[in-house]
Design a protein around this ligand. Structure first.
Ligand code: Y12
Ligand code: CO
Length: 173
């Protein structure tokens, strides 16, 4: 299965992703295709809508203390729901769908999340640090929300100007 990353300002990123009800080979094929895309682009998180699949699926591979991302650390979350949130934290985020831009974003410091795995089994995780931030960033994608939507008016204006310039430069180098 060949999937490509959808980039801002593509409207598909604004879709609300649908709940997964069937945990079949098609779902596994999408998950299996998402993993190399995330790893080959140095990503730590990817939502299915970023590869034009409007289903409530996300994957995460948070680097360990040595900056390594072994496949053992891969997390697949289907139909994730935040059930508890606490505290505030600010982190400079980036997104594979918004290339070359990194901005400080305020998130909850810790979250509890219920989700299903690829076989439909239910799990709960208590996350803080980078994992918590990444989960919140990816769950936003499922609602059509991007990290740039969380910027102040002035920062968003600056971003739009610079992003337009970057796209133009990429088209006519
Ligand atoms: C903290 C911050 C962001 C997240 C969400 C997940 N975001 C990513 O995985 C972003 C990856 C990313 C990778 C890039 O590198 C390449 O594309 C090769 C990148 O660089 C460029 O666009 C040039 C930008 C973002 C969770 C937690
Ligand atoms: Co993103």
């Amino acid at each position: 299965m060949k999937l490509n990353i959808v980039e801002y300002p593509d409207k598909r990123l604004r879709q609300i992703s649908k709940e997964v009800k069937i945990f079949d080979a098609k779902l596994h094929e999408i998950l299996d295709a998402m993993y190399p895309i995330m790893m080959n682009t140095n990503g730590i998180g990817l939502a299915a809508i970023q590869v034009a699949q409007a289903i409530r699926v996300l994957i995460l591979n948070i680097p360990d203390e040595d900056g390594e991302q072994p496949k053992d650390n891969l997390m697949e979350m289907i139909n994730p729901v935040i059930t508890y949130k606490d505290g505030d934290t600010i982190y400079q985020e980036g997104c594979l769908s918004v290339p070359k831009f990194y901005e400080d974003v305020k998130r909850f410091e810790s979250v509890h999340v219920n989700y299903q795995d690829r076989d439909g089994n239910t799990h709960t995780i208590e996350a803080d640090g980078l994992l918590s931030i990444a989960i919140q960033h990816e769950i936003d994608h499922l609602e059509g929300i991007l990290f740039i939507d969380k910027l102040s008016y002035a920062r968003r204006k600056k971003f739009e100007k610079e992003y337009k310039r970057m796209l133009k430069e990429r088209k006519n180098p």
